[in-house]
Design a binder for this molecule. Structure first.
Ligand code: PGA
Length: 255
């Protein structure tokens, strides 16, 4: 399976000069997720990578609506955005985003034809209780965040249905304590959790076969250890994705 590596620039605005020279190799799929105001310039400057957004709003009325500060799914697809990150722990933390809200965003994104990168992951307090507790927490997030997905998928045209079942949902396992801390999870644990997520989603009621990524302090030094594991389909990279050079080094670790 082709590895998927997603750059989450968070609230950064790197100079695009070095990015203009960046080309994703054929064996890797790359997605660049800049802040909203830079979507168009990134689309123009970076060739060979898909465009992703870092969030969206759960209402999507035709012609817009009275939701100050928000961005709709239609606005994103109108710009040529293909992917959207939903449920990032920073959105959950700073905006108190609930699983119910995450679920509404997932549904609206899929119905609009966007590919969803859903972030899940446990806190350190949870992980300290042991890996089984962390798994239980992640399973609960998946349950609530993906609730009613089949009804959304069911209402889509046949082609989109097939897409939604196969590749429209990507999961990023991001243990909160590993994000932006320089303390990545161990590749063994990450692979075990990724495998657990796949098994959970393959079964009913989900019947999904998503790509499952690892995220949390992935950098040029440790990337190979995560990306060489067959269970892990790719990475969601934050800090080390802002500079084209670092991101290119991460991509290069993939055989
Ligand atoms: P990090 O962030 O790579 O800086 O830890 C990952 C993320 O937030 O997606």
């Amino acid at each position: 399976m082709q590895k998927l590596v997603v750059a989450n620039w968070k609230m950064h605005n790197p100079p695009l000069g070095p990015w203009k020279r960046f080309r994703a190799p054929k064996n890797v799929k790359t997605v660049i997720c800049p802040p909203f105001p830079y979507l168009m310039s990134v689309k123009r400057a970076i060739k060979g990578s898909a465009l992703g957004a870092q969030n969206l709003f759960w209402e999507n009325p035709k012609g817009g609506g009275a939701f100050t500060g928000e961005i709709s799914a239609n606005m994103l697809t109108g710009l040529g955005v293909e992917y959207v990150i939903i449920g990032h722990s920073e959105s959950r933390k700073f905006f108190h985003e609930t699983d119910e809200e995450v679920n509404k965003k997932v549904r609206v994104a899929l119905a609009a034809g966007l590919k969803v990168i859903l972030c899940v992951g446990e806190s350190w307090a949870m992980r300290k209780k042991g890996f089984p507790a962390a798994k239980k927490f992640v399973a609960k997030q998946l349950k609530y965040d993906l609730r009613g997905l089949s009804s959304v998928v069911g209402r889509l045209p046949v082609r989109s249905q097939a897409q939604a079942g196969k590749s429209s949902v990507t999961i990023a396992y991001e243990p909160i304590w590993a994000i932006g801390t320089g303390k990545a999870d161990s590749p063994e644990n990450a692979a075990e959790m990724v495998q657990f997520i796949k098994k959970t989603l393959f079964a009913k009621p989900y019947s999904l076969n998503p790509a499952v990524l690892y995220g949390g302090s992935v950098n040029p030094k440790n990337a190979r250890a995560f990306l060489s594991r067959k269970e892990i389909d790719g990475a969601l990279v934050g800090g080390a994705s802002v500079h084209a050079k670092d991101f290119a080094k991460i991509i290069k670790t993939i055989k």
